[in-house]
Design a protein around this ligand. Structure first.
Ligand SMILES: [Zn+2]
Length: 294
C-alpha cells in the first residue's frame, strides 16, 4: 500500500514530456570540470573532486542506477556530496541510497523540514510520506553557502518562495555554470508548488537572482529541459512577467479564476512549449490572491 502510494506520487511528479525523456541519460560537458547528466527524471550536475564526486540533485530513487552510471562516465570516485535543489522526489528521491553509501546530503534548511513530515501537494492531490531520518539532508544552510571542491568554487544561493520555499541555485564560478533546479523549466510551462511555499513572484525574483550572475557565456541548467543560455533565460522571465501582468489585470477587472483560465493568457507562448498551461495560469492567479508569507 505504502509502496504503491509512493510509486503513484513519483509517477505524477513531473511526468516528462516525450521529446525530453527521449534525450534522457546523456552526459554533456559544460566547461571546467562540470558536466550534466540529462536524466530521466531531472538533470544532474556532476563535479569530480580529489576524494569524491559532488552532484546536484539525485533524481528519483528508481533512477539511482542511471545517476551512478552518469557519474561513472566522469569519475571512478564515489559520490560524496549531494546538493538538493529542493525537496521534490524527482530531485531528492535518491537521497536515501546516496546517504547509505556515505554521501553528505546538502540542502537549504526548509528541504529538511519538508522531508521530515508528510507533505500534501495540492496540485497533484498527492500525499508524500516523510523520508527516513538517515536520508534527510544533514548539511543545512539558510541564505548562502560556499563549498570548495575539485578546484571549483560552488556557491549555493537560496531563492525564497519561488518553486517551493527551499530552492537553491547552484553556481559553479570557474566553469561559469548555474544550476537552477525547478526555478527554470526550459521549453516547458513551469510548475509552481504553492503548497510548498512557492509563488510566481518568487519565481521571477529567483530568475532575476540568476540573471545577475550570468553573462553571454554562462551555461544555465534547468532541472527539466536542455541546457540554456542567458538569452533563453531572459525569454523565460519575459514569459512569466507577461502572463503574470495579464492575470493581474484581469483580476483587477473583476474576472474570476475560471474566466481568466478560459481567456488563455499564456496562449502566445504555446509554440514549442510542453507542460500544463492552464495549471500555470491558475497558480499565478492563486499567487496573487494569497501572496506567500515571506
Ligand atoms: Zn520541483
Amino acid at each position: 500500500m505504502l509502496r504503491s502510494a509512493l510509486l503513484c506520487a513519483a509517477a505524477i511528479l513531473f511526468p516528462l514530456p516525450g521529446s525530453i525523456a527521449a534525450a534522457a541519460a546523456e552526459v554533456q560537458p559544460l566547461g571546467g570540470k562540470v558536466s550534466v547528466l540529462i536524466g530521466t527524471s531531472s538533470n544532474v550536475l556532476i563535479l569530480p573532486g580529489e576524494n569524491g564526486v559532488l552532484i546536484v540533485d539525485d533524481q528519483r530513487r528508481s533512477d539511482t542506477k542511471e545517476t551512478l552510471a552518469g557519474v561513472k562516465t566522469v569519475s571512478p570516485l564515489p559520490v560524496r556530496q549531494v546538493i538538493d535543489t529542493h525537496w521534490h522526489l524527482d530531485h531528492s528521491g535518491g537521497n536515501g541510497a546516496f546517504a547509505a553509501s556515505g554521501a553528505q546530503i546538502i540542502a537549504q534548511r526548509n528541504v529538511r523540514v519538508r522531508r521530515s513530515s508528510e507533505q500534501y501537494m495540492a496540485a497533484y492531490k498527492a500525499h508524500i510520506p516523510p523520508d527516513a531520518p538517515e536520508a534527510l539532508p544533514s548539511v543545512l544552510y539558510d541564505h548562502r553557502m560556499v563549498l570548495r571542491e575539485g578546484g571549483e568554487t560552488v556557491e549555493l544561493i537560496h531563492v525564497s518562495n519561488a518553486h517551493t520555499d527551499g530552492d537553491t541555485l547552484v553556481r559553479f564560478r570557474k566553469a561559469n555554470v548555474i544550476a537552477m533546479g525547478d526555478v527554470f523549466f526550459n521549453g516547458i510551462f513551469p510548475f509552481i508548488d504553492l503548497s510548498s511555499g512557492g509563488s510566481v513572484q518568487g519565481m521571477i525574483r529567483g530568475v532575476d537572482t540568476a540573471l545577475r550572475m550570468t553573462n553571454a557565456r554562462t551555461k544555465i541548467v534547468p532541472a527539466h529541459g536542455p541546457v540554456a543560455t542567458r538569452t533563453e533565460l531572459l525569454a523565460y522571465k519575459s514569459m512569466l512577467v507577461t502572463i503574470a501582468r495579464t492575470v493581474r489585470k484581469e483580476m483587477k477587472a473583476g474576472r474570476t479564476r475560471e474566466e481568466i483560465v478560459a481567456s488563455h493568457p499564456a496562449a502566445a507562448y504555446r509554440g514549442g512549449m510542453e507542460g500544463e498551461e492552464d495549471r500555470l495560469v491558475e497558480t499565478i492567479y492563486d499567487s496573487y490572491r494569497v501572496p506567500p508569507a515571506i
